[in-house]
Design a protein around this ligand. Structure first.
Ligand SMILES: Nc1ncnc2c1ncn2[C@@H]1O[C@H](COP(=O)(O)OP(=O)(O)OP(=O)(O)O)[C@@H](O)[C@H]1O
Length: 620
């Protein structure tokens, strides 16, 4: 979390905390009795003895506003908490077990939404009689379904993820999976829902008390104060002002708190720890690190990524280190599932919500010369870098472009997100960029929608957007996989050309295709189930591999036109069942008992080469 985030959180937190503290301290404060009637002083304007004046019964308005906060806040916080616990439990159960359980929990709770809120409140008041307790019951019933729906949707999304399936495969009990694995994952949206519910419950409490269905007079509440003030509005309009100000101020502060919380709890903004408190503490520390040895533009140091939380978390990426110098192209290769994409996404702070950085640093030296740890940078700072200094081209150009906007506008939008330009100037630059990436008749095509372009043209448009602000580091994640062979060659040529023109731009090129690596990259990192197994200059690594996995990859490239990898004997082990010691040992012809006894470290061989194999001398 950044200092900016802390400041954003601090102000609304202080306001909400101040209001709650004031309400809690009401009995200790030297306030007038909030129910003491002084008919002779009714509707007296603010005076020295009564700072906010006296109401229609001569009661002290300041005292009633502070005591009234107790009822309003207690009702709204308690109702939001009870609804939260009940709704979350229903949503978790319904989303996890589905079938009959879903009908009995989420669907039944949703039936409540069919009743208009006032009708429901009337029903509860008729059954239980008016009062703060009744209000809490009515509001809890009203709000529980919205929690249930949020928890249900999040649970559905989480239940089929690898780490949940892996826990089931390992025989973990459902209750344990729900509480320890699914619940932490769905907690952030539920916390945000809590803030929204408290604000909404405060409005409803006022409304229901105003209608005589809530807090019973003479007990003060903001709703009752509004009700009282309304009847004397023409004689003492200020009486309406105070409870309305208190209500509006508290709700605005709560909404601001909710906004800031959403940013802080956004998993993509979360860094070393998923724990918001630890993220908060780490945010207090400066994100600026001592500059790494030049000339690295990016240096990933011992990066660890985990899927999921707690003891069942799966180590998707382990101890990955790599560096990119300005103007250098680094290829990252490996079979499907080796962690290439996750490593690229981690650099941009775009990890999916279930994946967390659990260790290591991602040091990036920016245009201004300062080095920041991208793994600890907050979402707003990352957002400023993304699309400007750091950029990414994804595999599928169709998924990268918004289908309802013209491609030229999308490129222009990327420029305007980071540069203070008029719409016309940004559009002019967008057309120039589309022309630069080889889109024929760029001015006309800029007005086309993505579906009106071919796959290759779409990828050119995506590349134009990616380079629009002159990034210093471009990550291309299999940018040619979705295209046919001739277009692939054109796009590769385009990227090589753009890189040459861009001078110092570093490029990380993620691919399965070794021929592409030889063509485009200076150095290569070979990954296997989440680990770097070999690294070095491309010609040396492919010419004389120092890891059996690299050797197998090179050997599996068929001769002739088809240069895609063919299968290496054996299967990639699943993350929840990684072999002990060297992860490649079960598929390796050179494996010996020592290989499975302990995990080999990445060993430096000099000349920028390294390998994670104790028998590297025999690989050649
Ligand atoms: N959102 C996610 N939820 C759960 N598991 C994920 C998620 N994204 C990736 N993984 C898992 O993390 C591991 C690494 O995935 P990653 O996509 O980085 O591999 P990759 O080397 O890029 O593979 P590919 O070449 O197929 O894209 C895989 O086991 C994958 O199943």
């Amino acid at each position: 979390m950044e200092r900016r985030d802390l400041h954003r959180l601090a102000v609304p937190l202080a306001v909400v905390g101040g209001i709650v503290a004031l309400a809690a301290a009401a009995p200790l404060l030297p306030l007038a009795d909030p129910v003491h009637i002084e008919v002779s002083a009714r509707l007296t304007p603010p005076s020295e003895g009564h700072w906010l004046g006296q109401d229609e019964y001569g009661r002290d308005v300041l005292s009633r506003a502070i005591w009234g906060a107790r009822a309003s806040l207690a009702v709204s916080f308690l109702a939001a908490a009870i609804a939260g616990i009940a709704g979350t439990a229903l949503g978790l159960l319904g989303g996890y077990f589905r079938g009959v359980v879903e009908i009995l929990t989420v669907r039944s709770a949703e039936a409540v939404l069919c009743f208009p809120p006032l009708l429901l409140a009337l029903l509860v008041v008729t059954l239980l009689g008016p009062g703060a307790g009744t209000l809490i019951v009515a509001l809890s019933i009203l709000y529980a379904p919205s929690y249930a729906r949020v928890a249900y949707a999040e649970t559905l999304a989480a239940r089929n993820l690898d780490y949940v399936v892996a826990q089931e495969a390992l025989g973990a009990r459902s209750g344990r999976i729900l509480l320890r694995t699914v619940l932490p994952n769905v907690a952030p949206p539920l916390l945000v829902q809590f803030s929204l519910t408290v604000a909404s419950a405060m409005v409803l409490e006022s409304g229901l008390s105003f209608l005589g269905l809530g807090v019973v007079p003479p007990e003060p509440s903001w709703g009752l104060m509004i009700r009282g003030a309304r009847s004397t509005m023409d004689q003492a309009p200020w009486l309406l002002l105070w409870p309305c100000l208190a209500l509006t101020g508290t709700i605005v502060a709560l909404n601001m708190l909710c906004d800031a919380l959403r940013d802080v709890l956004d998993p993509r903004g979360r860094t070393v720890s998923a724990n918001p408190f630890r993220a908060f503490v780490s945010g207090l520390l400066p994100a600026t690190e001592p500059a790494p040895a030049p000339p690295a533009l990016l240096r990933v140091d011992g990066l660890h990524l985990a899927i999921g939380h707690g003891p069942g978390a799966l180590p998707a990426v382990r101890d990955v280190s790599l560096a990119v110098a300005p103007g250098e192209t680094l290829a990252v290769v490996g079979e499907s599932g080796s962690g290439k994409t996750l490593t690229g996404l981690a650099i941009l702070g775009l990890l999916p919500p279930v994946v967390r950085v659990t260790g290591g640093r991602i040091l990036y030296t920016g245009r201004d010369g300062t080095t920041v740890d991208l793994a600890r940078l907050g979402e707003p700072a990352l957002r400023r870098l993304r699309g400007d200094e750091l950029s990414m081209v994804f595999q599928d150009p169709s998924a990268s472009l918004n289908p309802v906007h013209r491609v030229g506008d999308q490129v222009a939008e990327t420029i305007r997100a980071h540069r203070d330009l008029s719409a016309a100037e940004a559009r002019r630059r967008a057309v120039a960029l589309l022309d630069r990436v080889g889109l024929p008749d760029a001015a006309r095509r800029a007005r086309a929608y993505p579906h009106e372009l071919s796959g290759g043209q779409r990828q050119r448009a995506v590349i134009a957007a990616a380079i629009a602000n002159g990034p210093r580091l471009l990550i291309a994640d299999e940018p040619t996989t979705a295209l046919d062979v001739t277009i692939q060659a054109q796009i590769l040529e385009l990227m090589a050309g753009l890189k040459a023109q861009a001078g110092g731009m570093g490029l990380i090129f993620v691919t399965h295709n070794l021929a592409v690596v030889s063509e485009i990259a200076d150095r290569v990192v070979v990954m296997y189930v989440g680990e770097v197994v070999e690294e070095g200059p491309v010609a040396e690594v492919f010419g004389s591999p120092r890891h059996p996995y690299t050797a197998a990859l090179v050997a599996s490239v068929p001769e002739g036109d088809d240069d895609r990898l063919s299968a290496i004997p054996g299967v990639v082990p699943p993350l929840h069942d990684l072999p002990a010691g060297c992860r490649f040992a079960p598929r390796c012809g050179l494996a010996e008992p020592a290989c499975t006894a302990g995990a080999p470290a990445l060993e430096s061989l000099g000349g920028g080469r390294s390998t994670r194999c104790r028998r590297w001398r025999e690989v050649a």
